[in-house]
Write a protein that binds this ligand. Structure first.
Ligand code: ADP
Ligand code: MG
Length: 359
């Protein structure tokens, strides 16, 4: 099951020992409500959305349980809007009506799609929300996943094409021009959800909170209960070791990682993972284990970490350096080297001697 795999999170938040222990202990337990909410004993809840475990912790907040209930409703609504697999979702309906008719969708769905198409334009289609057919074909992370037959790959590849997504802002509709096209928002949905949750918590005046979507998308609200800024520990992407290899202090930033060790299978000695190159239809093959993006919003961070992985080290580095001032990246290569963009070179601290930061 994907859900179990997603428990192998490799981004953990450090700072409060109790919190670190909780996150490192994985996806079990921790789902119940707490009556008191203090620094040592925050109110926390676990949710599932987009096949992902979401953990939220609120510190020293008298209305914590109310907020956690509200977030539950928000996440359920987002699932009904953006899930590709849920048969009652808006996205499912858009996909069903591909080549037939436009489908009316919510403001959220419009917004996520609009931003997806922007990333597609900015990256010449390396980020492409119409990879759904390929995602289904490869079925990475599920039992029985295997390398598809070349003719099946060609068929699904021919159905990828973000330029054939037609959005009508006035009517609030989405139309996929060709029958068989399938939208998939797996590369961006969690980031969008994280931004919505953080915006809600900030609007409610919450002073200290931690939002963790599947371990790959982390957003913090305010500062730690003691007033310090949060420190994020990066776990070795090959998480069988479960050790932290470095850390970064977050100052009103979000962090998102896309790596190849989360969902994959191995066939004939080759590792096939879940980040697809829309030029070939296959998992992107390059020198990277993972890409971590730090920026000021989780939607950017999510989409960019996915697409910068597809670009590989050299092109990805150039892309992020020129993207905007807020956006920074860490690249971890298969030979355990860490490359950082200019703004992160002095702030990322490597703590595991197996890894080295390339100056
Ligand atoms: P995760 O969701 O595991 O944190 P990512 O954010 O990197 O990882 O998203 C990977 C998901 O994005 C895939 O499972 C698939 O749904 C989708 N995807 C894969 N390749 C692309 C791509 N080139 N463009 C847009 N979405 C993609
Ligand atoms: Mg992503």
């Amino acid at each position: 099951m994907q859900r179990t795999r997603k428990c192998r999170k490799w981004v953990v938040i450090m700072g409060l020992t109790a919190m670190l222990m909780t996150l490192l202990s994985g996806c079990g337990g921790n789902a119940g409500n707490k009556e008191k909410t203090t620094a040592a004993d925050p109110a926390s809840r676990q949710y599932y959305i987009f096949d992902t475990v979401v953990n939220i912790k609120l510190y020293e907040d008298p209305k914590a349980e109310e907020h956690l209930d509200h977030i539950d409703t928000m996440l359920k609504t987002l699932d009904q809007e953006l899930s590709r697999t849920l048969e009652t979702s808006q996205l499912y309906k858009v996909n069903q009506e591909a080549g037939k008719q436009a489908v009316e969708v919510s403001e959220d769905t419009m917004e996520v799609l609009k931003r997806s198409l922007n990333y597609a334009q900015e990256t010449d289609g390396l980020f492409d929300p119409t990879v759904g057919g390929l995602v289904d074909l490869w079925d990475i992370g599920h039992e029985g996943a295997h390398v598809p037959a070349p003719e099946d790959l060609q068929r699904e590849l021919s159905l990828v094409g973000y330029k054939d997504v037609v959005m009508d802002e006035a009517k609030q509709t989405v139309f996929l021009k060709r029958p068989g096209m399938i939208l998939d928002l797996g590369g961006i949905g969690k980031g969008y959800a994280a931004d919505k949750i953080a915006a809600y918590l900030r609007g409610e005046g919450v002073k200290s909170a931690l939002v963790d979507l599947g371990g790959s998308s982390i957003i913090v609200v305010g500062s730690k209960p003691n007033g310090d800024s949060w420190t994020v520990g990066l776990q070795d992407p090959d998480s069988s070791r479960g050790t932290i290899m470095g850390n970064i202090r977050l100052n009103d930033q979000v962090i998102n990682t896309s790596g190849i060790y989360e969902r994959y299978f191995i066939e004939d000695g080759v590792m096939y993972h879940h980040i697809l190159d829309p030029r070939t239809g296959a998992p992107a093959q390059n020198e990277l284990k993972s890409v971590t993006i730090l920026t000021d919003n989780a939607t950017d961070a999510d989409a960019l970490s996915t697409v910068v992985y597809v670009m590989g080290l050299e092109k990805g580095m150039e892309f992020v350096e020129n993207y905007n001032e807020e956006t920074q990246a860490l690249f971890i290569t298969k030979d355990n080297k860490i490359y950082a963009t200019t703004g992160l070179k002095d702030t990322f601290k490597v703590t595991d001697e197996q890894y080295s930061l390339v100056e």
